[in-house]
Design a protein around this ligand. Structure first.
Ligand SMILES: NC(=O)c1ccc[n+]([C@@H]2O[C@H](COP(=O)([O-])OP(=O)(O)OC[C@H]3O[C@@H](n4cnc5c(N)ncnc54)[C@H](O)[C@@H]3O)[C@@H](O)[C@H]2O)c1
Length: 307
């Protein structure tokens, strides 16, 4: 039997949407998953393929329309254009703003307790647009943000330290994109400051931050897209929501102080973002974060009239 009741809908059944569905069904996060895509044949084929994996978990997966999607506990939006080699995530904004707007309008009326989880890029900007367009409380509209980047960072640090990834708490904050920043001063290995057990030079830190930041581009250059990491991260977010974990995760959410959505740690549960979790950044990290916010706000300004 599935570990939970509940329904998650995924709008956009391409590489990312289908990988998220696969991850959710293997981890039995909910009993039912609905996939929606304007490419009906692709969506149908993805559902058929995914159905061959449901024997491991008894999760039901089916193709649906917006009328099915709007009934979900969590609506995940992956629909939209993806980066081509050399594109930044911000380059996708024009195309993906239109897609997001049409999807959110078609989903109305939304369940008042639904959580909208934005995965399509540029995720921070689209999360803010989704907050404005959906009319839902801001805490119920979340972007997958830098959870994936933080996982990438932690993976690199774990292999250097030869300890498990779960022993390390290290965060990438700010934009899920080029202006992201590593919060080195707050990173720990089971409570001990990371830089005490791994005394990295400034150059080594920059090298690790760059490898983390450029990982998606390196993968896209060869296979054309990334999917498994973001799917695992999205699945973790959904688990924290469905099971009301109150887990602290770096997610894109509304930041009053910065007047935009970007990633900082937040407490996540069934109602969405319960609160931002304070992070004691040093001056340099604060100024990186301010730069990240400035860059995101500048992009948003170009769209204010269309919201
Ligand atoms: N946040 C992250 O960490 C992260 C990681 C990887 C990819 N992404 C982003 O996820 C998005 C999807 O990437 P992908 O590789 O799955 O792309 P893809 O091209 O494989 O899939 C996108 C799907 O969206 C569908 N679609 C487009 N408009 C739609 C609409 N109005 N309604 C329903 N479906 C619609 C398309 O038919 C397509 O099947 C991209 O924006 C990509 O940049 C985000």
């Amino acid at each position: 039997m599935p570990a939970s009741s509940g329904l998650i809908s995924i709008i956009g059944a391409g590489s990312v949407g289908s990988a998220i569905a696969y991850s959710l069904l293997l981890r039995q996060v909910v009993a039912d998953i609905v996939l929606v895509d304007i490419d009906h044949d692709l969506c149908q084929a993805q559902v058929q393929d995914l159905t061959d994996a449901t024997f491991l978990s008894n999760v039901r997966i089916r193709q649906g329309g917006v009328e099915d999607a709007q009934k979900a506990d969590i609506i995940i939006i992956t629909a939209g254009a993806k980066q081509r080699p050399g594109d930044t995530r911000l380059d996708l904004i024009d195309r993906n703003f239109k897609v997001l707007k049409s999807i959110i309008l078609s989903l109305q009326p939304l369940r008042t307790d639904t959580i909208l989880l934005i995965v399509a890029n540029p995720v921070d900007i689209l999360t803010l647009f989704a907050q404005r367009l959906s009319g839902l409380p801001k805490g119920q509209v979340i972007g997958s943000g830098t959870l994936l980047d933080s996982v990438r960072l932690t993976g690199i640090l774990a292999s250097k330290l030869k300890v498990s990834e779960t022993s390390i708490h290290a965060l990438v904050i700010g934009e899920h994109g080029d202006s992201q920043c590593v919060a080195w001063s707050t990173a720990t290995v089971h409570g001990t400051p990371l830089l005490k057990v791994l005394p990295l030079t400034e150059a080594e830190r920059e090298e690790i931050a760059m490898t983390t930041r450029m990982k998606a581009e390196a993968i896209i250059k060869v296979k054309g897209f990334t999917s498994y990491g973001v799917a695992a991260a999205t699945s973790r977010i959904c688990e924290a929501i469905i099971f009301d974990h109150h887990q602290v995760l770096p997610l894109s959410h509304w930041q009053e102080e910065w007047d935009c959505c970007l990633s900082l740690p937040a407490v996540l549960g069934r109602d969405g973002i319960i609160s931002s979790f304070p992070l004691d950044l040093n001056e340099k990290e604060q100024s990186f974060l301010a730069e990240s916010a400035k860059r995101l706000k500048k992009v948003v300004e170009g769209y204010v009239e269309e919201l």
